[in-house]
Design a protein around this ligand. Structure first.
Ligand SMILES: [Fe+2]
Length: 362
């Protein structure tokens, strides 16, 4: 299967992967035919890209964590966020309920760590297809998984990972206190509006400090996930050495996931575009070593992607070298048919060929 932007999907294509809402219910099942009305419906629901299965791509893209754990995580996040939105902290019973929910959420966070921990070679294609309205939950979950995959490759131990996982799931909890009209505004934010949004890390941190027993490392992720390497982040313009290493991991995952997601004010980028963009921020916004580790865990051109090469040939990615994911093996397509010609971008005779673009319609 391959990921296609919605506007490149031809009526009659087969859906490659089921699409879920935030409660884990299926909106459209894999193998269903995408009629024009279904495509329109997906667009209305805020989706911009889906996996399709066609003659160029029979590969299966495995879920990185079990769907059962994923829907449990999603449900616990929804419950925790909803309780916080309704919480009047003068009522003890609500605080007790919140702490029970945080306990459940921590259990899922541990399960996710346990599931990923031994997969040192794991690489991520694109964690999930998110619609705009289930963004907060899906985003939190994706950031959790991306942070863990990066942290595992950097050699963090299991106790670090438990904290990173919970902190990543809760990193944007402070957004509950920001008015929706500002969060979902389509136009550029005014200076005052930006200042309100930029306070969400502090609001989240203060809230969790007051109402929960979560440890300081976890709460620092919530407070510091928008601080930058060059000291120009927010809310406290902390210098690099003042920001906890957990927060730095989550910051990278957060930006990547935000860039590849659909937002009310812009369409999400594809993985290759997001990676290129993030590389330009290495050293200013992000720690260089961390960006290197992160990029190594993301597959910019997953198997099945149709690409255009600098020699003007079009081909399908058939094999990825985990060390050099920008130099895959490509099977050339001529006049809409796969040929026997294979170009290995890692071989010395292909050294001067680069990938120019992703092709959606052949
Ligand atoms: Fe945030």
């Amino acid at each position: 299967m391959r990921l296609l932007p919605l506007n490149a999907i031809v009526e009659g294509s087969y859906l490659g992967k089921s699409i879920y809402n935030e409660y884990g219910n299926v909106l459209l099942r894999e193998n269903e035919i995408l009629t024009q009305s279904r495509i329109n419906n997906l667009r209305l629901n805020g989706f911009t890209a889906v996996y399709i299965r066609d003659e160029y791509s029979n590969e299966i893209i495995e879920d990185i964590i079990k769907p059962e754990i994923k829907s449990r995580a999603r449900l616990n996040l929804v419950n925790t966020f909803k309780t916080i939105s309704n919480l009047d902290d003068s009522k003890d019973v609500n605080v007790r309920r919140l702490n029970q929910q945080i306990k459940n959420l921590s259990k899922v966070a541990h399960d996710i760590v346990d599931e990923l921990f031994y997969e040192k070679d794991l690489m991520v294609n694109l964690v999930d297809i998110k619609s705009a309205d289930n963004y907060t939950y899906m985003h939190s979950l994706s950031v959790g998984i991306l942070s863990l995959v990066t942290a595992i490759s950097m050699g963090f131990n299991k106790y670090d990972l438990y904290d990173i996982s919970i902190g990543a799931l809760l990193h944007d909890v402070g957004k509950i206190f920001i008015p929706n009209e500002i969060l979902n505004k389509k136009d550029k934010l005014t200076k005052e509006e930006f200042e309100i949004v930029a306070n969400h890390p502090k609001l989240g941190f203060d809230y969790l400090t007051k109402n929960t027993n979560l440890n300081l490392n976890i709460r620092r992720i919530v407070l510091e996930h928008h601080e930058n390497e060059d000291g120009k982040g927010y809310p406290n313009q902390k210098k690099s050495n003042e920001v906890h290493e957990y927060s730095k991991v989550v910051a990278v995952a957060d930006v990547y996931d935000a860039l590849t997601s659909n937002r009310p004010y812009r369409y999400g980028m594809l993985p290759n575009q997001a990676i290129e963009y993030m590389m330009t921020l290495s050293g200013t916004k992000f720690n260089c070593l961390l960006i290197d580790s992160f990029i190594k865990k993301i597959v910019p051109y997953p198997v099945g992607t149709i690409i255009k090469l600098s020699n003007n040939k079009i081909g399908k990615v058939i094999e990825i070298n985990k060390k050099y994911p920008l130099r895959p093996k490509v099977q050339i397509i001529k006049e809409k048919f796969l040929t026997n010609e294979i170009i290995d971008l890692l071989s010395s005779k292909s050294m001067n060929i680069i990938i120019k673009d992703v092709v959606y319609n052949i």
